[in-house]
Design a protein around this ligand. Structure first.
Ligand SMILES: [Zn+2]
Length: 143
């Protein structure tokens, strides 16, 4: 999603991320992982295009996703940590689906029990937290 309702391009598949409810960026925002300011500046992906995150959505309306990369595969991670992660990501996904019709201000999108990080601290974090921006074939940068 973008500030002008035109959508961001997905970093992975290259197609538009046309709706908040399929946006990894908004899901991570609802989870309390990125500051509000990040919605305008960070690259986006479809939720289903990021298996490392999407594998934690456990819901009858969400066809399960398997992450095969060993370092991200939840089947190889600590079960207690995975349970907590599944709880958080799934609750955020359920909330995300309700947001377009909710009338909530975007600042109230995050789950009530999470607090988005301070923007200054977040953007000062190591580079791996911020996926590289990818120019399109015409050399423009999409966020
Ligand atoms: Zn995609």
């Amino acid at each position: 999603m973008a500030r002008c309702d035109s959508g961001y391009f997905c970093e992975t598949c290259g197609l538009y991320v046309e709706s908040v409810i399929e946006s990894e960026l908004y899901l991570r925002y609802v989870m309390g992982e990125i500051p509000t300011e990040g919605l305008l500046t960070l690259p986006d992906r479809h939720i289903r295009c990021n298996a490392a995150l999407a594998q934690y959505i456990v819901h009858e309306d969400f066809p399960p996703i398997v992450e095969d990369r060993p370092e991200h595969d939840k089947r190889r991670l600590d079960p207690a940590w995975v349970r907590d992660r599944e709880d958080l990501v799934t609750r955020a996904w359920v909330r995300l689906r309700s947001l377009p019709a909710s009338g909530l201000d975007v600042r109230d999108y995050p789950l009530p029990d999470v607090k988005p990080p301070d923007a200054a601290a977040f953007f000062a974090a190591p580079a791996e937290a911020l996926p590289a921006k990818t120019p399109d074939p015409e050399g423009r940068i999409f966020f």
